[in-house]
Ligand binder design. Structure first.
Ligand SMILES: [Fe+2]
Length: 312
């Protein structure tokens, strides 16, 4: 695929928003709706994991292609259609500057091209997309390939914020970018804090925490200091839910009124969960969600539940 062709595949986030949604029309609450969340397509990890070489392995990704195709086909069949499909990072496995990255990216873009044009894609950056310690160059590469690394958009009266969690994980090589995201986030949260939206929801790759606000730091969460500072900002502004990936297992917990949701992967599982997606329903008062295996989705299990999920 040439660069020109791939440029037409998605509505990339630009200018810190998504042009798929009109900010004027979407500011108002019009009743319950739902969207689909996935994470960690991570083309290449299944092979790398099976060989025990996660740093430079990952020279095959046929399984991930099939799983992501199954996800896309199931999403396209949903009725009513979800408002959007958000992929919470680790789109591909190969880190910046490592072998197979171009090929994995090309193949994922090819699969995502099949997503129904009426279901906008929302793409979130993960550690494998940007590198564990991102730089101005890796962030710029992501922006060229997939769109802005942080942005916001409105859907039906709900304010959605997409964060670059690598800037919260390790910004030692790009401190100015972290400061810019922090300033932008404060601005966005002041909109939410003034109750101009029905709900505010955050998407990021790395969870704030996996189970509880006081858990120890590890590879799969943000450090206690960063986590507490951010969670306080979010809860003060009234953010109700944060959806993430990264863990390749389902997990989560609550802190005050905030639901921290950790969704397992479309691709490689590191625990006992199934390859799957989360369906998230937003009503006037609630945000409810359920994780479905790809097979359940393909069998039409979501339709049966949607009525109940979208009940006010
Ligand atoms: Fe991952």
């Amino acid at each position: 695929m040439s660069a020109a062709e791939s440029a037409d595949v998605f509505h990339r986030a630009r200018g810190r928003t998504l042009d798929a949604f009109s900010p004027e029309k979407e500011r108002e609450w019009k009743g319950p709706f739902y969207f689909v969340q996935g994470a960690d397509t991570q083309f290449g990890l299944m092979k790398a994991w099976s060989t025990g070489n996660c740093d430079t392995g990952g020279d095959e990704w046929g399984q991930e292609i099939r799983l992501t195709e199954q996800a896309v086909e199931a999403i396209n069949k949903l009725s009513p259609k979800p408002k959007f499909f958000v992929l919470c990072g680790d789109l591909v496995h190969a880190m910046p500057g490592t072998p197979w990255r171009k090929e994995q990216t090309r193949d994922l873009q090819h699969v995502l091209k099949a997503v129904d044009q009426d279901i906008p894609l929302v793409l979130v950056s993960g550690n494998h997309d940007l590198g564990n310690a991102p730089t101005a160059e890796t962030v710029e590469e992501f922006r060229q390939t997939w769109g802005d690394d942080y942005f916001s958009f409105w859907v039906g009266g709900v304010l959605f914020l997409v964060l670059n969690s690598q800037l919260l994980y390790d910004a030692s090589r790009c401190p100015a970018l972290k400061q810019a995201q922090d300033r932008w986030l404060d601005q966005q949260l002041s909109i939410a804090g003034q109750k101009q939206c029905r709900h505010a929801v955050v998407f990021q790759h790395i969870p704030l925490f996996l189970h509880s606000i006081d858990e120890d730091d590890d590879y799969f969460n943000l450090t206690k200091t960063v986590r507490k500072e951010l969670v306080d900002k979010l809860t003060r502004a009234g953010v109700r839910a944060v959806f993430s990936g990264h863990y390749h297992r389902n997990a989560g917990g609550t802190y005050q009124n905030l639901d921290m949701v950790v969704s397992s992967a479309i691709g490689c599982q590191l625990g006992q969960d199934t390859h799957g997606l989360r369906v998230v329903a937003i009503t006037a008062d609630k945000i409810v969600h359920r994780y479905y295996s790809l097979d359940e989705l393909s069998r039409g299990a979501v339709e049966a539940d949607l009525k109940e999920l979208l009940k006010e």
